[in-house]
Design a protein around this ligand. Structure first.
Ligand code: ATP
Length: 253
C-alpha cells in the first residue's frame, strides 16, 4: 500500500534520512524506532509530504506521490496526527469532529448549513466522539480540553477522515498514565481493521512491543533493522540504543 524507495533528504551537508527503502502492508502496524535524531520524524515528514525528498520516492497504492504536497497526499489517503496542530481551538469538540466527517464525505466545510439534512454525518460524528471517549465533552471548546483529551480529539479527527494509512508520531507523549490506555485502545481498534496500514513512531518500548507487528529501526538516517518485534528488540542495535546495554560487554561479563 505504502512504499518508500531510496528515500533521502539532506539538510545542508547532513543526510537526515538516507536511502530508506521500505514497504508497508495493509493490516499491519509498523513501529519506527531509533535514538534521538535518528531521522524518524523526518521520515514521517517525507512520507506525509511536509518536506520534499532530495532523492527517492514515496508510492501509495503503486502511484508515485513524491511530487504532491501534504494536502494532496492527505486526500490520497495518508493520514497523520499532528500533535494538536490540526485542531480548531475555537470550535467545540463536536464541531472539530463534524468538520472532519464533512470533509471526508466531500460535503464542504460549512458547519452550519449541512447538518439538518445529513443525519448520517451527525451519527458518524457521534460514533467517533464515543470511540475516543469524548462524547460527554462534545460541547467544550477544543482549547479548553486538558492535553490528553486534545490528543484524543486529534485521533478522533484522524479517524473521521478515514485515511488508508494512519501515521502516529508519539501519540501518548505528554499524556497522564490513566489517559494512555485510551489511546492505545484506539490504535488497537484501528489495527482490527485489516484494510488499514498503521505507522507509529514511539519511544516507549512497552507500547511498541504491545502494539506492533513489525519494527523498523532507523539510526543516523539509515534503516538498520527490520523484522518481527521479538527479533528486533533483541537485536544489538536496539539493546544498545534503548537499554544502554553493550552486547559485547554482556557476552564477556
Ligand atoms: N529542518 C531541518 N533542518 C536541519 N536539520 C534537521 C531538520 N529537521 C531535522 N533535522 C536533523 O535531522 C536529524 C533527524 O531528526 P529527526 O527529528 O527526524 O529525528 P528523530 O529520530 O525524530 O528524533 P527524536 O526521537 O528526538 O524526535 C537530526 O540531526 C535533526 O537535527
Amino acid at each position: 500500500m505504502l512504499e518508500t524507495r531510496d528515500l533521502t533528504v539532506r539538510f545542508g551537508g547532513h543526510v537526515a534520512v538516507n536511502a530508506v527503502s521500505c514497504a508497508f502492508e495493509p493490516g499491519t502496524l509498523t513501529a519506527i524506532v531509533g535514538p534521538n535524531g535518528a531521522g524518524k520524524t523526518t521520515y514521517f515528514n517525507l512520507i506525509s509530504g511536509q518536506i520534499r525528498a532530495s532523492a527517492g520516492s514515496v508510492r501509495l497504492n503503486g502511484v508515485d506521490v513524491s511530487s504532491l504536497g501534504a494536502p494532496a497526499r492527505a486526500q490520497a489517503g495518508l493520514g497523520r496526527a499532528f500533535q494538536l496542530t490540526n485542531l480548531f481551538p475555537n470550535l467545540t469538540v463536536r464541531e472539530n469532529v463534524r468538520l472532519a466527517v464533512q470533509a471526508r464525505a466531500g460535503a464542504g466545510l460549512n458547519l452550519w448549513r449541512i447538518w439538518s439534512d445529513r443525519r448520517d454525518l451527525v451519527v458518524r460524528a457521534d460514533e467517533v466522539l464515543e470511540a475516543v471517549a469524548l462524547a460527554d465533552k462534545g460541547d467544550a471548546f477544543a482549547s479548553s480540553l486538558p492535553h490528553g483529551d486534545q490528543r484524543k480529539l486529534e485521533v478522533g479527527i484522524l479517524m473521521a477522515l478515514e485515511p488508508q494509512v494512519f501515521m502516529f508520531d508519539e501519540p501518548t507523549a505528554g499524556m497522564s498514565v490513566d489517559e494512555v490506555p485510551v489511546i492505545l485502545n484506539l490504535i488497537r481498534q484501528l489495527k482490527a481493521d485489516k484494510t488499514k496500514t498503521i505507522l507509529l513512531v514511539e519511544h516507549k518500548m512497552d507500547v511498541v512491543r504491545e502494539l506492533s507487528d513489525r519494527i523498523i529501526v532507523l539510526h543516523n538516517g539509515e534503516l538498520v533493522a527490520d523484522g518481527d518485534p521479538a527479533t528486533v528488540i533483541a537485536s544489538p542495535v536496539v539493546q544498545q540504543a534503548y537499554l544502554g546495554i553493550n552486547p559485547e560487554e554482556e557476552v564477556s561479563a
